[in-house]
Design a protein around this ligand. Structure first.
Ligand code: T1G
Length: 653
């Protein structure tokens, strides 16, 4: 008889210590029941399982406790046949459990993966030893190094599952229809040989391993788990299964308490907290079936493509036929670029392009469910746009501004729908960057906010709520971050050295290179409007603006750029300009400051600004600020974000 064991621990059937205990008991019961010849393990709630409960890692580990490892060892010891019947996601420890079974069947919608590296871990329940035995070892290593999830179709191609089949919606009936071929034979993956790609001879393994280590970042720069993963897979190549498993367990246990894993687990939960807004009354989100964008510049076109990529028809409005034609050209150019890069098929690009309408008449936006303004960063221009929009757009529609700094309430004041008004601050390039700041005005309704968070998921954005305050969360902190960088340059530290120190700290890009990418004029205009900003009081911006050194767009900024190149070339003229300005201002020179001190000062300014933002209630939680800086400003994830980083620094001080 076949016994069905159903993983049923809502919401995602996570294999917590406590729940693993329950499942182990069910397996022991099946083992002790002679009438049971085979066992089908499946999942309820639309999931197989999301793997081990990540919350448990924060708990003190009780060695006598039960984990998924114990369940797997029981299956491995068993003489009965185990079938994993997968419907939905099977991730981490859950896929490792399935790998310990003799058969794996899955529905077409299933997704399978070992994403532990995204938590700064490695598979720690046999995955690094069984996966390279079941599928091509190189493919197995890449799958775990990227932490990628594969579709059922790809899993079948790889040999990760035996068959794709429809399964009864009722887990209890999932044994029926399982392939009876070999139903009666154990087929332990642990007994299989590691599957070397036909092109790789055994003597080449050390080279394969050495190459793999070269493809991942250094341990101190976020590569710790990756190097340990390669070590674990090397053990699969070189050692018998049980010794390889012991090596994996040791490497895994070394990572659980590691700083990068603590940081990445913090971000995992911080990201899932974002849409939980305390004190916000529950409200049913509206459906956004059509959208409009006013402004076809860099931001407007990126936003339009973001909606098209999500399958939401969008209309772009520009004031003249010439500007409409330019916006159309920009958008089709961006789609063609995606096709050239192989990220989109010609046909898909065409289809998405067709879902974008263009007009020079606001009336074309009349029936949109949402309209986003993305025009020049000037209050009176924006108010003019919203006054016109409020008159033509249907009453129930939501109006939003893509402003990156300006007062949302002042804009809403020119409309009759302040409760359906908010900020939706996208980051350039809007169709690439995952971050979206949702800015709540003083009258923005709970329904409008709920609609914005739901829309963000549709647009595959990570949305963070900000109160309506200058620069919201990200930019307010960025102005303090860059101010400290400028201060260091005024003290005689070349901008190139400041940037190099910040990249060494793990930032994707240094502050001065970011200035040049975003455009010096953007900061100059903001500074004109906010003389209270410390950055506004540094004379360097005025001098660069006067000299038309606006960054990459003019080939000169804090760096020089060769024609058509984005490569930043050190420019001593800038260092001399800083020296002149510093001399005039009587700034004490301190050129020999260390890289670590540079990073500490700049990140220190960031953290201080973050603390002020929390004090002022602009951000809800430190984790929200961390997510903004990870997804919007290239802060290194293995440090967990500026606020988590500061906590860790304090904890270890
Ligand atoms: N542990 C604990 N809670 C989890 C969880 C997990 N593994 N996965 C999800 N949740 C919670 C999440 O916090 C949220 O809670 C709710 O479930 C819904 O999640 C030995 C050690 C499964 C694809 O890395 O990728 O196994 O906010 O909002 O968009 O090798 O969650 O509602 O309170 O994300 O539908 C490896 C992580 C673990 C998978 C579902 N597994 N999860 O996405 O919903 S390490 C993972 C996900 C491991 C072994 C090692 C996604 C999802 P709340 P959600 P979703």
């Amino acid at each position: 008889m076949n016994k069905v064991i159903t993983l049923d621990n809502p919401p995602v059937n996570a294999l917590s210590f406590a729940y693993s205990e329950k499942i182990l008991k069910e397996i022991e019961a099946a083992e002790n029941d002679a009438s049971v010849t085979s066992v089908t393990i499946t999942g309820a709630n639309g999931y197989f399982s999301a793997g081990v409960d990540v919350n448990d890692f924060a708990k003190e580990w009780d060695p006598s406790g039960t984990t998924v490892r114990d369940i797997i060892e029981a299956i491995e010891r068993s003489g009965k046949v185990y079938i994993a019947a997968i419907d939905g996601v099977a991730l981490g420890g859950a896929l490792e459990l399935a790998l310990a079974c003799d058969r794996r069947v899955a529905t077409a919608r299933s997704k399978l993966g070992l994403p532990e590296i995204k938590l700064g871990l490695i598979p720690g329940a046999g995955g690094t030893q069984r996966l390279p035995r079941l599928i091509d070892a190189q493919a197995a290593l890449q799958m775990m190094l990227k932490g990628e999830t594969v579709s059922a179709e790809r899993a079948l191609e790889l040999g990760l599952i035996d068959v794709i089949m429809s399964l009864s919606n009722d887990p209890e009936h999932r044994a029926e229809g399982a392939p009876d071929e070999g139903t009666h034979t154990k087929r332990r993956v642990s007994e299989l040989k590691v599957k070397l790609p036909p092109s790789t001879q055994a003597f080449a393994l050390p080279y394969v391993i050495a190459q793999a280590h070269k493809t991942v970042p250094p341990e101190e720069s976020g590569g710790l788990a990756a190097h340990k993963l390669i070590d674990a897979v090397q053990a699969a190549f070189e050692l018998p299964f049980s010794r390889g498993l012991a090596r994996e367990y040791r490497l895994f246990d070394e990572l659980v308490g590691s700083a990068p894993s603590l940081a990445l687990r913090h971000l995992f939960f911080a990201e899932r907290e974002l849409s939980k807004i305390p004190s916000l009354p529950p409200a049913a989100p509206l459906e956004i079936k059509s959208a409009g964008v006013v402004g076809g510049g860099t931001m407007g076109t990126g936003i339009a493509i973001t909606f098209a990529n999500a399958g939401i028809p969008v209309t772009v409005v520009e004031p003249s036929a010439e500007q409409v034609a330019k916006a159309r050209q920009t958008i089709f150019g961006m789609f063609m670029h995606q096709v050239k890069r192989g990220r989109l098929t010609q046909e898909e690009a065409w289809k998405r392009g067709q879902s974008i309408e263009f007009s020079d008449d606001y009336a074309a936006l009349g029936e949109c469910d949402l309209v986003i303004e993305a025009v020049f960063e000037n209050m009176s221009v924006k108010k003019e746009v919203f006054a016109k929009l409020d008159a033509v757009v249907k009453p129930g529609a939501i109006l939003a501004s893509n402003t990156s700094t300006l007062d949302i309430d002042e804009m809403a004041s020119v409309t009759k729908r302040p409760e359906q008004f908010l900020g939706l601050h996208f980051f350039a390039p809007a169709n690439i960057m995952k971050l979206l700041e949702i800015v709540r005005g003083k009258s923005t309704s709970a329904q409008t906010l709920a609609t914005a968070f739901k829309l963000a998921k549709q647009l595959r954005k990570v949305a963070v709520l900000s109160a309506n305050a200058f620069g919201f969360i990200g930019n307010r902190m960025f102005f303090e971050y860059t101010r400290e960088a400028v201060a260091l340059a005024e003290e005689g530290v070349p901008p190139a050295r400041v940037d190099a120190a910040m990249k060494k700290f793990g930032m994707a890009m240094g502050p001065f290179a970011t200035f040049d990418l975003s455009g010096i004029d953007v900061f100059w205009h903001v500074a004109q409007g906010r003389p209270d900003l410390a950055l506004a009081r540094t004379p360097i911006l005025d001098r660069l603006y006067e000299q038309k050194r606006l960054g990459q767009k003019t080939g000169k900024g804090f760096y020089t750029y060769a024609e058509g190149s984005r490569e930043a070339i050190r420019d001593e003229e800038i260092e001399q300009l800083f020296a002149q300005l510093a001399k005039k201002a009587g700034v004490t020179q301190n050129p020999d400051v260390s890289d670590a001190e540079i990073a500490q000062r700049i990140v220190g300014a960031l953290i201080k600004s973050g603390e002020e933002i929390l004090r002022d209630g602009v951000a809800l939680r430190p984790g929200d600020i961390d997510i903004v800086w990870i997804y919007g400003y290239g802060f290194p994830p293995y440090r967990g974000g500026p606020m988590f980083h500061s906590q860790q620094e304090l904890a270890h001080a």
